[in-house]
Design a protein around this ligand. Structure first.
Ligand SMILES: C[S@@+](CC[C@H](N)C(=O)[O-])C[C@H]1O[C@@H](n2cnc3c(N)ncnc32)[C@H](O)[C@@H]1O
Length: 397
């Protein structure tokens, strides 16, 4: 109810900074964005009825206190735990909670060290605003306030330690909310977690002058695991005919493939009909033709080949990306454009050897697409006279 959420925002805004310490992180844009993400998901959280809630890196206690107030009496019986590596933070959090009449078990430890056995598989809600700022590696984990932000290379050092711990602690129905920065490569974090069976979405994205914050929510999704053995579940047989004869000739040699397929959801019997309807009729979820094209694209693309494909939200582009990922393709949305009728995503796919390697060795950073590919595409594009003097923007990843 709108009335409720207003009251709730008001209550959270009322969290007072009753205690502070020069070496404890004061609530900032990232803390506010994390609480806003939790608040925007409050109804779902209430439905989840988390029995064990935990914060790693509680700092001043702003987030864990907000969470307890936000869930309120509806979380009766739930247990709250917060950790911080900085003992001053534990003291400040204690005082913040006392001033607001809430209680959590506070533990001064590195992430969840010493708690793994006790908490394994039982945390229903985990919230983390980690030290994510890219810094020299030797600044990570130092005594004092620097440990609140120093994140090492790409700001990933502490995040990459927290993620496997999170997997251990989360219950089967558990949710993780984590603050990340663009520099942390949030999409690579999502892919990494996906390989562990977690779906993800960005709940809040907020840009300040200094940084662009993403609050990502992760949850266990059994479909992701099921998909692993049955990758292209929607695809139907590629019809014999033109495609087959061309496939053999071009197999593994197409460096640039562009497709604007018939993607409009229609009754299945409208797909492939004679006439103009075949330009748009995409069958169920608009995926019938797309799902025939993708395996063909994989066969045709060279090792360094790129595929650009138009999709609609209704086609479930993130599922297409996951599907392609299992075939070793990285992806990104190059253009996203919404009209009154539809929201279009132009996705770029490219072979990423790291994705295959990652299967056994999850925590590695994906590397940039080699410059050679960019150059080769430029040269191919220049050969196409109709590009004329267009200004083409290519990026390396
Ligand atoms: C960016 S601050 C966030 C503080 C608070 N959660 C907030 O949002 O305002 C990061 C916190 O993580 C703590 N921290 C850093 N490394 C940690 C680790 N290895 N284990 C536990 N806490 C850690 C820091 O001391 C700091 O309090």
């Amino acid at each position: 109810m709108p009335g409720n959420s207003f009251e709730m925002s008001y209550k959270i805004a009322q969290i007072r900074l009753v205690s502070s310490h020069p070496e404890v992180y004061e609530p900032c844009d990232d803390s506010f964005a994390l609480v806003d993400a939790l608040l925007s998901d409050r109804n779902n959280l209430l439905e989840l009825k988390p029995m064990l809630c935990m914060e790693v890196g509680c700092g001043s206690g702003y987030v864990i206190t907000s969470l307890m107030l936000m869930l309120g009496e509806e979380a009766n019986g739930a247990q709250f735990i917060a950790t911080d590596i900085n003992h001053h933070a534990i003291k400040v959090t204690q005082e913040t909670m006392e001033a607001h009449g809430v209680y959590a078990e506070l533990i001064n430890t590195d992430i969840a060290s010493g708690l793994e056995n006790r908490l394994a598989g039982s945390v229903d809600l985990l919230v983390v605003n980690p030290p994510y700022v890219p810094t020299p590696e030797d600044e990570v984990g130092r005594e004092g306030i620097a440990s609140a932000w120093a994140g090492g290379e790409n700001g990933r050092s502490v995040i990459d330690k927290i993620l496997p711990v999170a997997e251990k602690l989360l219950s089967k129905r558990g949710w993780l909310y984590m603050v990340t920065l663009t520099a942390n490569n949030p999409s690579q974090i999502c892919r990494q977690m996906m390989k562990k069976g977690y779906a993800s979405k960005i709940v809040v994205q907020r840009s300040t002058v200094e940084e662009s914050l993403h609050i990502i929510k992760f949850w266990k999704d059994n479909d992701i695991e099921a998909d692993t053995n049955d990758v292209i579940t929607n695809s139907k047989a590629v019809p014999l005919g033109i495609v087959d004869s061309v496939q053999n000739r071009l197999a593994g040699s197409v460096d640039l493939l562009v497709v604007n397929p018939p993607y409009v959801p229609t009754p299945e019997d409208e797909v492939g009909r004679e006439g103009i309807a075949s330009a748009w009729a995409g069958g169920e979820n608009g995926r019938s033709v797309i799902d025939k094209i993708l395996p063909v694209a994989e066969k045709l693309l060279s090792k360094r080949g790129w595929l650009y494909m138009v999709t609609l939200t209704a086609n479930n582009p993130s599922q297409i990306c996951r599907q392609m990922m299992k075939k070793g393709y990285a992806s990104k949305i190059v253009v996203q454009r919404s009209t009154v009728e539809e929201s279009l995503h132009i996705i770029k796919f490219w072979k990423d050897n790291d994705i295959e390697a990652d299967t056994n060795d999850v925590i590695t950073n994906s590397k940039a697409v080699p410059l050679g590919i960019v150059d080769s595409v430029r040269s191919q594009i220049q050969r196409l006279s109709f590009w004329g003097s267009c200004d083409i923007n290519t990026t390396t990843n």
